[in-house]
Design a protein around this ligand. Structure first.
Ligand code: SF4
Ligand code: MG
Length: 322
C-alpha cells in the first residue's frame, strides 16, 4: 500500500535560556494508507513533540522544527502556513489525546460539540447534522445515541468521553488519526475496549492510525509495525511480532519486561533503572548507556547508528552479531 505520511530527518528543538534543546533529533518513519503504526517510548522521549510537529500544534516559541520534512501525500507540511494546517486538521489529519486532557467543553452538551465539529467541514441542515451525530455515536459504540446528545461531558464515564472524542475526530473522515496515549488514563478493561474500537474503525474506514504510547502491551494489541523512540531518536523499528520475539535494543527489551501482566502474581512491575536523559544533556556515545545492562566501553564514546532493513536497531551489540 501507499505511504500517506512520511517523516524524514525531523528535528524539533526548544529554544530556552540554556540554548537549543533538541527534543526530536532526526527521526524517520512512514505510515502507509490504512495501517496502524505504534510509536512507543517513555515520556520525555519525543513522542508527543513528534505528533505536535506533524499537526502544526507545536507551542512556538519556544518549539521549532529546525530540520527535515513532514510529507503528507508528498506535500512537505513541516513549515506550512497556519491556514493550510487548519485545513489539514479539519479534513485529513485528526488527533485525540489522553482522556482527562481531551477538550470536551464542560458547558456544552455532547450534541452541541459533535454537531459543531461536523458543521466545520460539512454544511448540512440541522436535521441532517443531528442524524450524522447519531450515526457517529453509534459508529464509536455508544448506544442510546439520541439521549446522549443531550447530556453533558460530566454525565459520561471516562471511556464514554474518549469514545465521543474519537467520534469528533472521525467526523471529518480523516486519512490519518494520531492518538497520543488515548487509553493511558483508563482502566485496563476500558482500555482494551477503546483499542478494539480503534482497530474496528481502522478496518471499516481505512483511516491510518499513529498510536503513541509508553506501553508496548498496547501496541501489541493493535499494531503491526512499531517505532521505538528513546531520547529523541528512533532506536528500534520493525514488525511488532519480530520485535517481541527478537528485541534488538536493550531499551525495547526493558519496555517488553515492563508490560503490566494481568495474570502475574508479581507485586511490583519491572522498571528500567534510571530515567530518560534531558534532551541534549548527553554529549557523546550511546544515549542509553547510563541505563543499559549491556554497556561496553565504546558505548560511552561512540554513538551507534540505526541499522537494518525491515527490522532496524541502534545498538552495537546487535550490529556486531549481524
Ligand atoms: Fe547498550 Fe551499548 Fe547498545 Fe547503547 S550501544 S544500547 S549502551 S549495548
Ligand atoms: Mg507524551
Amino acid at each position: 500500500s501507499e505511504t500517506i505520511l512520511e517523516v524524514k530527518g525531523l528535528k524539533t528543538s526548544f529554544f530556552t535560556d540554556d540554548g537549543e534543546v533538541p527534543a526530536v533529533d532526526g527521526i524517520n518513519f512512514s505510515v502507509n494508507e490504512g495501517e496502524i503504526l505504534g510509536i512507543v517510548g517513555e515520556s520525555g522521549c519525543g513522542k508527543s513533540v513528534t505528533s505536535l510537529s506533524i499537526m502544526g500544534l507545536l507551542p512556538s516559541p519556544p518549539g521549532k522544527i529546525v530540520g527535515g520534512q513532514i510529507l503528507y501525500k508528498g506535500e512537505d507540511i513541516s513549515h506550512a502556513k497556519e491556514s493550510r494546517m487548519r485545513k489539514l486538521r479539519g479534513n485529513d489529519i485528526a488527533m485525540i489525546f489522553q482522556e482527562p486532557m481531551t477538550s470536551l467543553n464542560p458547558v456544552f452538551t455532547i450534541g452541541e460539540q459533535l454537531t459543531e465539529a461536523i458543521r466545520l467541514h460539512n454544511h448540512l441542515p440541522k436535521k441532517e447534522l443531528e442524524s450524522r451525530a447519531e450515526e457517529l455515536l453509534k459508529m464509536v459504540g455508544l448506544p442510546r445515541a439520541r439521549e446522549l446528545l443531550k447530556e453533558y461531558p460530566h454525565e459520561l464515564s471516562g471511556g464514554m468521553r474518549q469514545r465521543v472524542m474519537i467520534a469528533i475526530a472521525m467526523s471529518c473522515d480523516p486519512k490519518v488519526l494520531i492518538a497520543d496515549e488515548p487509553t493511558t488514563a483508563l482502566d485496563v478493561t476500558i482500555q482494551a475496549q477503546i483499542l478494539d474500537l480503534m482497530a474496528k474503525l481502522n478496518r471499516e474506514t481505512h483511516t491510518a492510525i499513529i498510536l503513541i504510547t509508553h506501553d508496548l502491551g498496547v501496541v501489541a494489541q493493535v499494531c503491526k509495525r512499531v517505532v521505538v523512540m528513546y531520547a529523541g531518536k528512533v532506536v528500534e523499528e520493525g514488525d511488532v511480532r519480530d520485535i517481541f520475539n527478537h528485541p534488538s535494543h536493550p531499551y525495547t527489551e526493558g519496555l517488553i519486561r515492563s508490560i503490566p501482566d494481568l495474570y502475574s502474581k508479581k507485586e511490583k512491575l519491572y522498571t528500567i533503572k534510571g530515567s530518560v536523559p534531558k534532551p541534549g544533556s548527553i554529549k557523546q556515545g550511546c544515549l542509553f548507556a547510563p541505563r543499559c545492562d549491556y554497556v561496553m566501553d565504546k558505548c560511552w564514546t561512540n554513538a551507534p547508528e540505526l541499522v537494518g532493513d525491515s527490522h532496524k536497531s541502534r545498538c552495537f551489540l546487535h550490529q556486531e552479531q549481524a
